[in-house]
Design a protein around this ligand. Structure first.
Ligand SMILES: O=C(CO)[C@@H](O)[C@H](O)COP(=O)(O)O
Length: 216
């Protein structure tokens, strides 16, 4: 069964506490928290104070996805805010290996995200140092976009790389995940599904989370 990580980017920010409670009582495994800086991606979302409050509202894993330039400037602050997994973008890091070491030295799990145009083979030399790869299946910055089909081939390639190296790394798919495409995504080798609009725009978000879990 895949891990389900609803993206709170699609939550109702006026009712964030209610949405956190709903996720706590659901089959969701992780809280996926998208941080945007308006530079790496053409959008702004939320930052440290919001994450600190969400941390207090859940015991589930806080999976923080940084869509920001120079993430090393904020790594310590996200550790203090309570991130369990901190994911940086390969495209935003000049010294990716150093950033990964920094994240792990602060006691968090380290993830690396790649944009749709980035080849997964570029991860080969950091694979043994990380806990998660986040494959963007949309261009980062916005919820509610359509899944890019080419991602399925990238998942298969990455799964092969991980298995050949004998590693245990999560493959997380982020963007455009639906009840319709989730089975193919999991069959290709992913084990973490991020879902924003599919969960939060559903008539019954709790049932939708359960359905994603069963479908995968
Ligand atoms: O990181 C991002 C967008 O940049 C994602 O986490 C989206 O928030 C996923 O939303 P949906 O595509 O599932 O609506």
């Amino acid at each position: 069964m895949p891990l389900i990580a609803p993206s709170l980017l699609s939550a109702n920010f006026l009712r964030l506490e209610d949405d956190c409670r709903m996720l706590n009582d659901s089959a969701a495994d992780w809280f996926h928290l998208d941080v945007m800086d308006g530079r790496f991606v053409p959008n702004l979302s939320f930052g440290l104070p919001v994450i600190e409050h969400i941390r207090k509202a859940t015991k589930k894993v806080c999976d923080v996805h940084l869509m920001i330039l120079e993430p090393e400037r904020y790594t310590e602050a996200f550790a203090k805010a309570g991130a369990d997994i901190l994911t940086v973008h390969l495209e935003a890091c000049t010294h990716l290996h150093r950033n990964i070491q920094q994240i792990k030295s602060l006691g968090m799990k380290a993830g690396v995200a790649v944009n749709p145009h980035t080849r997964v083979e570029l991860l080969q030399d950091v694979l043994e140092d990380i806990d998660l790869v986040c494959l963007m299946s949309v261009n980062p910055g916005f919820g509610g976009q359509a899944f890019i089909p080419r991602t399925l081939e990238k998942i298969r390639t990455l799964r092969r790389m991980i298995d050949e190296a004998g590693l245990n790394i999560h493959i997380e798919i982020d963007g455009g995940v639906t009840l319709e495409n989730a089975p193919a995504i999991v069959a290709a080798g992913a084990d973490v599904l991020v879902a924003g609009n599919t969960v939060f725009r559903a008539a019954d978000p709790t049932a939708t989370i359960q359905a994603l879990k069963n479908l995968g």
